[in-house]
Design a protein around this ligand. Structure first.
Ligand SMILES: [Fe+2]
Length: 226
């Protein structure tokens, strides 16, 4: 079967980071690949981050953080559209179920349940802390997914590179902000809950951090910002 030979050859010769490109190339030849469920997991993750933000917004108490998460929710909805468009261009069905998507759903539903449990406790600040941690966990995975898409784009060529680069370009800066700023919020809200002076809004927010190095510098500078 020529298609199967093509598939084996392609996956033997490609680094793991090029897996999204493999999906695209394979799908252009109407092949089913083992990489396809992984791409679907990425879209499911983006879709379910919307659910994380929607629940987190029920938990938030700080007005600045509320405004921040409302913005991130809208951006995340747009990321879902971007990823779905890429999958459709790859000839894949963004709504297709797979075992990987079930795992993602389980993780995200656990985060949502954790926030709802904290809300039920009725303790001031508790649900907001759990929400900040849940957003950091969800955004850590989103950040990794987009990093991998960026790596795949760099190793691709032609239409594949264009599609992946365009998607990555549109989303990368926003994903950086989601992760680094919310990590700062989670840290400072926890410090405040311990009765220690906190920097709110966090340094990452004030200094408009968009890189890992910037986040590290912002964290170092917090003592001078108290
Ligand atoms: Fe995000």
């Amino acid at each position: 079967m020529p298609g199967m030979h093509f598939k084996r050859r392609m996956f033997r010769s490609q680094p793991r980071s090029n897996i999204v490109a493999c999906v695209l190339l394979c799908s252009r030849r109407n092949l089913k690949t083992e990489a396809e469920p992984r791409a679907l997991v990425a879209v499911k993750k983006a879709t379910q981050s919307v659910q994380v933000y929607t629940t987190a917004l029920k938990c938030v108490e700080n007005d600045d953080l509320k405004e921040e998460w409302e913005k991130y929710l809208e951006q995340t909805k747009n990321h879902v559209t971007i990823v779905k468009d890429v999958l459709q261009a790859m000839g894949l069905d963004p709504d297709e179920e797979s075992p990987g998507r079930q795992v993602v759903r389980h993780i995200v539903e656990s985060l949502v349940q954790a926030m709802e449990m904290a809300l039920k406790s009725g303790e001031e600040g508790t649900a907001e802390l759990v929400a900040a941690e849940s957003v950091v966990l969800a955004e850590t995975k989103d950040h990794l997914n987009w990093h991998l898409i960026g790596e795949a784009a760099k190793k691709s060529s032609g239409e594949v590179a264009k599609l992946l680069s365009a998607a990555h370009e549109k989303v990368e800066d926003e994903e950086d902000e989601h992760l680094y700023h919310t990590t700062g919020w989670a840290r400072e809200l926890w410090i405040k809950s311990l009765g220690i002076p906190a920097v709110l809004p966090p340094p990452e927010e004030v200094k408009k951090v968009e890189t890992a190095i910037g986040a590290a510098r912002a964290q170092q500078a917090r003592a001078q910002m108290l």
